[in-house]
Design a protein around this ligand. Structure first.
Ligand code: CDP
Ligand code: MG
Length: 159
């Protein structure tokens, strides 16, 4: 049940100065940050990260969006980390994301609006969709030595 998930503050989140706010929300839940970096990924890396979406009509726009500025990627660890991270993030389309979620609180556009404009859906943040996706993505984004094991004060009350 203790698992890891990959979270990425996308270029719109970095440019809007939301990195601290977003990190705070993960830290508040007690999910442990076990790795973190700022990277400006290129198209090749973006295509690998989003390979599951290769055949989707929004693929090209998505790659353009995620490479338009630096991102902050971090790996979190905890109980049901994948599911918990998705709950904090909210629905893909910010206009459907519940208030209280990151997408619901800091964005409002819809994927339909973005695609009508020919743009990738700017929804601030990525979180792995499944345990398998999380394992693959963490391997892609982090080298072994960039992931750390340490004890948080939360663990006394969780584990
Ligand atoms: O990010 P999430 O797992 O919630 O959604 P996804 O279905 O895996 O899609 C990946 C990303 O593609 C989304 O977060 C959007 O940024 C983008 N997207 C888009 O631009 N247009 C769509 N119709 C659907 C997704
Ligand atoms: Mg996804």
């Amino acid at each position: 049940m203790i698992e890891r998930s990959l979270v990425i503050v996308k270029p719109d989140g970095v440019e809007r100065g939301l990195v601290g706010e977003i990190l705070r929300r993960f830290e508040n839940t007690g999910l442990k940050i076990v790795g973190m970096k700022m990277v400006w990924i290129d198209s090749k890396f973006a295509e690998e990260h989003y390979k599951a979406h290769k055949s989707k009509p929004f693929f090209r726009e998505l790659v353009e969006f995620i490479t338009e500025g630096p991102v902050v990627a971090f790996a979190v660890e905890g109980v049901h980390a994948v599911e918990n991270a998705r709950r904090l993030v909210g629905s893909t389309s910010p206009h459907e994301a519940a208030p209280g979620t990151i997408r619901g609180d800091f964005a409002h556009l819809s994927m339909a609006y973005a695609s009508k404009k020919g743009l990738g859906g700017k929804n601030l943040i990525h979180a792995s969709g499944s345990k398998k996706e999380a394992d693959d993505e963490i391997k892609l984004w982090f080298k072994k030595g960039e992931l750390h094991s340490y004890t948080t004060v939360h663990e006394k009350h969780v584990f």
